[in-house]
Design a protein around this ligand. Structure first.
Ligand code: JDE
Length: 404
């Protein structure tokens, strides 16, 4: 693959000589040529920019040097061939692994690095008359120029060329190649102590059981992707925050879906506790129907789909206690702050004379306990009132004065 880069800072591209890409160049897999845009200028000051028509801040890159530089790049290639021209900029199409794969197939790419406020718009139109042109963005942020974006894109594409990265497997196994994030990796020592804390390598990795290792790694990839990049998983209902949704009192018509959502949301607790034999799983429509008269149950729907719920009541044994229960957010929509909003909503329903807000969760459900702690709950200093495998968490109601 041949790559030409046009820039006013050729030194910015020096790192392309290093490491795997440097070796690929020495091996003849990749030929990178960097050109100084100022070389094609004809005035004494080697001018490449000027003030914007219409006014405004900063400077704009002039069209003439760009036309001359691109003509020079093209003239230097095999007759009849033309490069695909890539212009990095915050307004372009998003650079992804998929686009990297697509562009890595091209025999010849040219990059135009803009600086200042950008390049005179007529350069894009002119270039498109002669070349396939793509404006490409690394992400939603602004760089001072295209050079750093070129480094990133050339590295992402270069490593896909046959012979650049050692074994083909290490390419396939990596993050994003199949749409999931990477699994966590560990090396020696198996047990590592620092700051008085000992951290172990997960035992399955030391087991020698290749099947178990593969299953564990796949589960880790799914878990991480769901937690950190849910957008990469099957298209979820487009829900930003709960602000777009309305709380509604649950009705009998909601209950079949509520049974399904409850079971889906309690899978982690079942997995952690090793049993499905507890009420969120065993409750069906009849049990929830009965609960509608004992609790006030709220549900939230997005695009028609039931995505969250919570139920509240005064403790029948102690009417100064406000109980929250069956707090749930659809697994594919977790991690977006929806839960925090629901909790705040449910707490805000507590009558004035309530002295304690109470919620209960599985003793082993670390994630839930963390969420409740973050919401100001503390572990109650007594054994659970619900079941020995659970813990009670309590907090004081927010004083009316600090309600926003
Ligand atoms: C690439 N994601 C972001 C920046 C620019 C205000 C200030 C600067 C071609 O014209 C450009 C190029 C660049 C550099 O690229 C990026 C980038 N992926 O910032 C500007 C525009 N407005 C203009």
């Amino acid at each position: 693959m041949r790559i030409d880069v046009v820039t006013i800072f050729p030194e910015y591209l020096a790192p392309l000589e290093l490491s795997l890409l440097g070796k690929a160049q020495r091996d003849g897999i990749l030929q990178i040529r960097v050109h100084d845009l100022r070389e094609v200028t004809t005035d004494r000051h080697r001018t490449v920019d000027d003030t914007p028509y219409g006014g405004g801040a900063g400077m704009v890159m002039k069209p003439e040097p760009w036309a001359a530089a691109l003509a020079r790049v093209c003239a230097d290639g095999p007759t009849g061939q033309r490069p695909v021209l890539i212009i990095p900029g915050p307004g372009g199409e998003r650079f992804t692994q998929q686009l990297a794969r697509e562009l890595a197939q091209e025999p010849w790419l040219a990059f135009a690095c803009g600086r200042y406020e950008g390049i005179d718009e007529r350069v894009y139109a002119h270039a498109a008359d002669h070349l396939r042109v793509r404006t490409i963005s690394l992400g939603d942020y602004v760089l001072n120029g295209g050079e750093v974006a070129v480094l990133a894109m050339v590295e992402a594409m270069g490593r896909l060329l046959p012979g650049v990265v050692g074994n083909a497997e290490s390419l396939v196994e990596e993050s994003h190649e199949d749409g999931l994030l990477e699994y966590p990796v560990y090396t020696k020592p198996a047990s590592w102590t620092r700051d008085g804390v000992t951290r172990e390598v997960p035992p399955v990795l030391l087991s020698g059981d290749h099947g178990a290792i593969a299953r564990w790694r796949h589960a880790q990839r799914l878990e991480r992707t769901a937690a950190r990049r849910p957008d990469l998983l099957a298209p979820a209902a487009a829900v930003g925050a709960l602000a777009d949704l309305d709380a509604a009192l649950a009705t009998p018509a909601d209950l079949p879906e509520l049974v399904v959502l409850t079971r889906a949301c309690w899978v982690p607790e079942a997995a952690a506790s090793g049993t499905f034999d507890f009420p969120p799983f065993t409750d069906g429509v009849p049990e929830l129907t009965a609960s509608l008269s004992e609790w006030t149950t709220y549900v939230w729907r997005a695009a028609g789909r039931l995505v969250a719920s919570i139920r509240v009541r005064r403790d029948p044994e102690d009417d100064r206690v406000w109980q929250l229960g069956r707090f749930m957010v659809a697994p594919d929509l977790q991690g977006r702050g929806i839960g925090q909003e629901i909790l705040t909503f449910a707490e805000s329903l507590a009558p004035r004379d309530v002295s304690t807000i109470w919620i209960n969760t599985g003793r082993v459900s670390e994630r839930n306990i963390r969420i409740y702690r973050k919401a100001g709950f503390r572990l109650a200093p007594w054994d659970s009132q619900v079941h020995p495998a659970t813990v009670d968490l309590i907090k004081s109601p927010r004083s009316r004065a600090d309600k926003g």
